[in-house]
Design a protein around this ligand. Sequence first.
Ligand code: S3P
Length: 170
Amino acid sequence: MTGSIILIGPMGSGKSTIGRLLAARLRLPYVDSDALIVAHTGVDIPTIFEIEGESGFRERESKIIADLASRREPIVLATGGGAVLDPVNRGHLRSMGRVIYLEVSTGEQLKRIRHDRNRPLLQNTDLDARLKTLAEQRNALYQETAHWRVLGDGLRSDQVLRRILRHLHL
Ligand code: S3P
């Protein structure tokens, strides 16, 4: 295991925001797997879904995660909300270091991502119902993958950061 910190959790749980803060605080490189997928592909996530479907996106996501897991330098990694769907990804993420589940309720997610246009899974749908279905499908996987979880409802990012640092004994 390397000493990386890996953030998992649903869309709108704050993985990118907290990840950046945590990386700055720990003086570790910050890596966002979605941003890497976009950089490698050369188009945004909605375009990947449009052309290759969700399965094409998941293949790209798994490749990026396998590649990150093969590196030795510690990083702070923010993952996409669906990264835990693949059991191989789950193993890779746990092999990299401490996995933290940023847990938020669907109500909190709704507040944060109501007007989002960059998340294909949330377009043209009943957002509330969609978020609930995804939570039902995925929450157990977040739990199973994480070493521990932090509840983010009603907390500002600096407060979540403090909780994480406390967990890490920093
Ligand atoms: C997804 C979450 C997104 C992105 C893609 C699919 C998901 O990342 O990977 O749109 O399946 O939950 P964020 O969790 O950073 O929004």
